[in-house]
Design a protein around this ligand. Structure first.
Ligand code: FMN
Length: 237
């Protein structure tokens, strides 16, 4: 398998999954996620790269209604606090958005990161101790994409208080809470991010964020075509 090349069809399926992934908050169906499917998604997360092969993640599968209700209450409190930080016009818009599917999604998932796994000396963490968190985010992205390949939507909810999550689920002090995710089958996957559809944000032009050789460096002769190709969403000029 080590020389196993990806065929064009398989490549296209990967890109379809990447571009078709969405953050899902409001389109969840109540259909249960079979354990085999959930296992495949979790295994995909577990196959992410990690600093020094540390695999610092843990996953808590949350289905208990009462626990999810408590998370929803944390969300409501945090949303109210965050709203006060916006200008009045933006606040009304923010408050009109659906930003979680905690109770509608049949499965919620907590992802944590253990900075102590394998002790203090992990290859690659001396200069950048926070890389255990980056590793856990790699696992989350794997999970998000695997879920999309299973036609399961994922919504990331960061509008919750860490201390609440710690208290509700008994997460010990040395473990970092990284993500609260809502998973479920969906009515459909929208083409656009929700925040783009409602006019809150838009995808930035990538060609303005790619530099060459130095910070803000311009392309050399041999790379002059790249910005234009990026502008065309990958199509040649
Ligand atoms: C770290 C992180 C935290 C997020 N937190 C929230 C959240 O609390 N509520 C929400 O509705 N979306 C949340 N999102 C989803 C983003 O809004 C979404 O990814 C972005 O608008 C782009 O849309 P897309 O994921 O559909 O491409 C979060 C995404 C990330 C990566």
């Amino acid at each position: 398998m080590s020389n196993d090349l990806i065929s064009e069809m398989e490549r296209d399926a990967v890109y379809k999954t990447i571009y078709g992934r969405r953050d899902i908050r409001s389109l969840f169906k109540p259909d249960p996620i079979p354990s085999e499917v959930l296992a495949r998604i979790l295994l995909a997360a577990h196959h992410a790269g990690s600093v020094g092969y540390m695999q610092p993640w843990n996953f808590i599968v949350v289905e208990h209604e009462g626990l999810r209700q408590k998370v929803k209450e944390s969300f409501e409190r945090e949303r109210g606090e965050a709203a006060m930080l916006f200008s009045e016009e933006k606040r009304m818009k923010y408050l009109s958005f659906k930003l979680e599917g905690i109770l509608e999604a049949p499965v919620n998932l907590i992802v944590t990161s253990d900075s102590t796994r394998f002790g203090p000396q992990v290859i690659g963490r001396h200069s950048m101790p926070e890389t255990h968190l980056y590793s856990t985010c790699c696992a989350i992205q794997n999970l998000w994409l695997a879920a999309r390949a299973e036609n399961i939507g994922v919504g990331w909810v960061s509008i919750v208080k860490r201390e609440d999550i710690r208290a509700i689920f008994g997460v010990p002090p040395h473990i970092t809470f990284v993500a609260y995710l809502c998973l479920g089958y969906v009515t459909h996957f929208p083409d656009q991010p929700d925040l783009e559809r409602v006019g809150w944000g838009k995808r930035l032009p990538l060609e303005e964020f790619v530099y060459f050789d130095t910070w803000q460096g311009q392309p050399s002769e041999s790379r002059k075509d790249l910005p234009q190709i990026l502008r065309n969403d990958g199509a040649e000029a």
